[in-house]
Each structure stands twice: as C-alpha cells, then as structure tokens.
Design a protein. Sequence first.
Lengths: 317, 317
Amino acid sequence: MADKVLIYSRFPKSMMARFAERFELLDTGGKPAGEVFSADELGGVRAMLTAGGSPLGAEAMDLFPKLGAIVCYGTGYDGVDLKAAASRNIAVGHSPGANAASVADIAMTLMLATTRRILVADHYVRSGDWAASKPSPMMRPQAGMPGRRIGVYGMGEIGRKIAARCAAFESEVGYFSRSKYDLPYQYFPTLEALADWCSVLMVSVRAGAETQHVVNADILRRLGADGYLVNISRGSVIDERALVAALSDKTIAGAGLDVFETEPHAPGALTALPNVVFAPHIGGHTLESHVAMQACVLANLTAFFEGKPLPYAVKSA
Amino acid sequence: MADKVLIYSRFPKSMMARFAERFELLDTGGKPAGEVFSADELGGVRAMLTAGGSPLGAEAMDLFPKLGAIVCYGTGYDGVDLKAAASRNIAVGHSPGANAASVADIAMTLMLATTRRILVADHYVRSGDWAASKPSPMMRPQAGMPGRRIGVYGMGEIGRKIAARCAAFESEVGYFSRSKYDLPYQYFPTLEALADWCSVLMVSVRAGAETQHVVNADILRRLGADGYLVNISRGSVIDERALVAALSDKTIAGAGLDVFETEPHAPGALTALPNVVFAPHIGGHTLESHVAMQACVLANLTAFFEGKPLPYAVKSA
C-alpha cells in the first residue's frame, strides 16, 4: 500500500503528477483539511506537502496527530511555525536553491521591464500611437543599466544570482544582509544605507517574522524619485500600503512585483497603477526549476517514509 | 554666424537641444527637405544629421550641392547609400558603440519578457483572474534561462554585450557572423546551423543589402516550436510576412521586436498576435546612451566644420 501524503495547499494537478506515481495523495485543493477529509483520514496522515507561504501553525498541525514531516514545495517555509513543528517532533523540509536561478531571472525580468517601460512600449506599438507619431511622455529616455546602482537586500542563493546577472549588465552592485560575505560587491551595514545608495532595490531576503514590513515608507523615501523596487521574496517584507502611497505620489519611480501580502490578491489600489509590472508569483515557475524542486520533495518524502532524516531539511527547524 | 546643419529625419526637439546650442538647425521634421526649405536654403547646407535607418540615396543627396557630411545619430547607417556619398566626396559619420549596452539591454528585456510571458502575467494579475484562481494556459511553466541555447546573429559590439549578459544567466551561447572571433562561445559557420541549434535567436547583425530578409521562413522553421526570435537590429533583416505566418501557426513560440520593416508602422497582422512583445525602436533610448551618441555627433560635426576628418567615420564609407 502506498504511503499517504496530504496536499495542504492548492497546487495544479499537473505539478502533483510525479508524486502521485509514488504516494497516495490526499488533496485538500487548498481548502481546510477538516472540511475535505474525515478526522479518521487525517489521523492517519504522517507527511504533508505544502507551499512554504501557506500559514501552517500549531493548531493546524494538531489536526494530524501522527504528522512527522512537513515538506515545502520550493525554497520558502515562512508559513510554517518552526517552533511548533520542532516541539511536536515534526521534521520540516524544503527545496533549497532548486529555484534560485528561476527566481533571480524573474527579478531581472521585472527590473528590466519596469525600468525600460516595456508594458507601455508594447501598448504604444499595438495601439497604433507609434504609427500615428503620438507623443508619449512615458516613452521618454530613461536611465539604463550601465553604471546603475543595484541594491540587493538578502545575499542567499537568489541574491547572489541576481548580483552576478546585474554585474554582467555593467551595473554597480551593493548589498545588505545580516552577514558580510567575501563577494566582489559593496556591503552596506543597514538597509537604510543601501536604500540611500541604490536606484533599484531588489528584495531577495528570506521572509519571516523579523523581516515583516522592513521595507516601509522610510526605506521607500530613501530609494527616491528615480528609484525602483523589485520584490521576488514574499509580500510580507514590504508594507504594501506604504508602497501604494509611494508609487501613487511618485516618491519612487516604479516597482516590479512577483509577490504580495495576501496572495493571490493584489489590492486594487496597487493594480490600478501604471508604473508597476506585476507577475502572479511565478518566480520559481520554470520547467527546470519545477523538476529540481520536485526532486527535492521526492527525496524528502522517500527518506521520511524510510525512517531517515530529511536530506533537504530546513536548517533552523 | 553659426554653421548650419540640416535635420533630415524626425527627431524629438529635446534630443536636438544640445546641437542647437552650437549650430543653426534647419529642421525638416522628417518631411521632404524640398517641401520645408527653399532651394536657396538647401543650396547652403554643408552638413546634415539623420537617423541611420532613414533612406538617403543619390537623388536626396543631390538636393544639397554643397553637402560634405552626413552624420547619423546612432550606430546604424543602413539608410545611407554609401557609394553615392563616396562618389560625391560626402563623409559619413555615426556613433559606433555609443548605444551598444542600451541596445543589448533591450534585447535582454525582450527575451525575458517574451520567454517568461510578462505581458500575460501582468494582465493576469491586473484583471483579477489570478485572485479568482482562473486557470491560464498561457501561465504554464516555461523553459528558463539556465542551459537555454541562445544564438547570437552578428558579433559586433551589441552582439558581444548580449552574449556576455546571456552567459551570466547560465545559458549556453553560440553565434554566427562573417568572421570567427577569439570568444568563449560556440561558433556556427551558417545562420541555418545556428537556428537549428538555438532556442532563442538574437538578431544583432549590422543591416544592409546583404542581410535583407536573411531571417526567412526556412530559418524560422529551423528555430522551431520552442523557439523565440528577438530583433533589435533592423526590420529589413527579417521577412516580416514570414514572421507573421510563423508566429500565427506556432512554427515558433514567440518573438520580441524593437524594429520593423516600415517604421513607425508595425503591421496589424503582427500587432494582433499575443505571443509577441513589442517596443517602438527604443533600443538605444536611454539617457546615457543619448549622451554618448550626442557626443559622437558633436565631435563629428565640429571636426567637419573645422575641415578635419570625422573622428567617428563609417569605416566602409
């Protein structure tokens, strides 16, 4: 009999196909597990698969008395209460680095699309305004990449890949993170100092309680009227109301956002703005990144059911 | 009395401001010079400023009996009949390399925007479809950059900058050009072989009679159903009708286009397609690139009026 794995978050069926070959999946479709399955069924669940951003606290864990492993699809695990898991002897796993290049690439895509105004450009051509020689103030020349100061907030695997890519664009790269690393980029000891210095702030920090709303009105003011914000980490890192205000009154020039405070909802006050490029949390969403993330999930689940430690365990768990 | 310079193409006034400080500008606004100025005025013209893509043949040159210098704003000079200029002792100048980074960056922007489907993504968020969990076949995972094969057609300054950027994205880079260079990228002896090999074809070749419609139906078929075409060179290099057909019947997956056969017109059959990202020839359109191009124009015009050779002369002229 196949081992059972509860699917805690809402995932497309196509993404679950590889797991269904090896395990019996109890798929909640993102609904509360208690509404979809009987207490009896939940009582037998020993492992679950979740999206790292889905809230998963002590109360939810206690619905599954035999739960021994929470496996996150992707690198993030900010929704999982790690203390609650540890105190219940539940191992927590994820897919470290598997999607780093894919996420770094969406950061670059959003930065370039925003600073070069590619949405406006595409519309200018499609609408016929270009052919009609209709002037467009939005199409005035903008600063380009050579010599541009890119500030990377968070120097994990994703941050490093963003930095390497920006350096190839002949930009200057600076960063702020808890630790200073042996890297060929200027280190800033505070996020404030980084925001004062840079014209694009790339948010690639690991999200958690200590980074909640760290990018606030003050940081955005320091980024300044020529500044752009790109967030591919988690919506929680940014004070979204302060961001809407800063974009509306031109405190900053624009933003590229793959993540939002309450996904899949992007507030209407935000989506009405012309100086933002949006993506529906597709940072890790490439074919090779899914293959790599799925390999981590399979390795974690297989090890767990064989009674071994998770090969891709969350380190701080 | 300031030296007179005829402005042959249509340029925004803001771009001409630096020149107006030094020269008396006779601005045609892109209209036929004979309609805007008297034969007497044209007879006094010794230098003109043009967009390299604007057709400028023997007949047009003969409107200006005293013409001694044609200065192109930007790197391209494909519209200028170089033989006709040479036989009339007219020097031809341009701005080599001044916009190379800016153009390479729009190539990267178009490639990323197209392959990661950023227009669809932005619309998916703004429309509320994401919040409503409405499935979108266009948002399925796509191949990313690591390991992707990027084919660069033309290894001038722009091609080299594109190649260096793509390498930072962990992609494989190959190229075809008339000459093989000492570069760390795979050389292909024909465009056909490059198109067979790559999944993104970046067109960065210098345009001219010998590259007219070189990217034709056969090349697009070789690029294949997973393939993308990015053109930041000139519209003339691509058979636009063959491209519309290839995009419509999914012979190739998509395209990113900054240039078109008959600018500023992009044919309706092209602009109706969802799998293309358009830009209105803004490759060289950044602040620092304009500053650099204007410096070349000023240096060329100043030297000419001082009776010296153009410092940025077109080499084959």
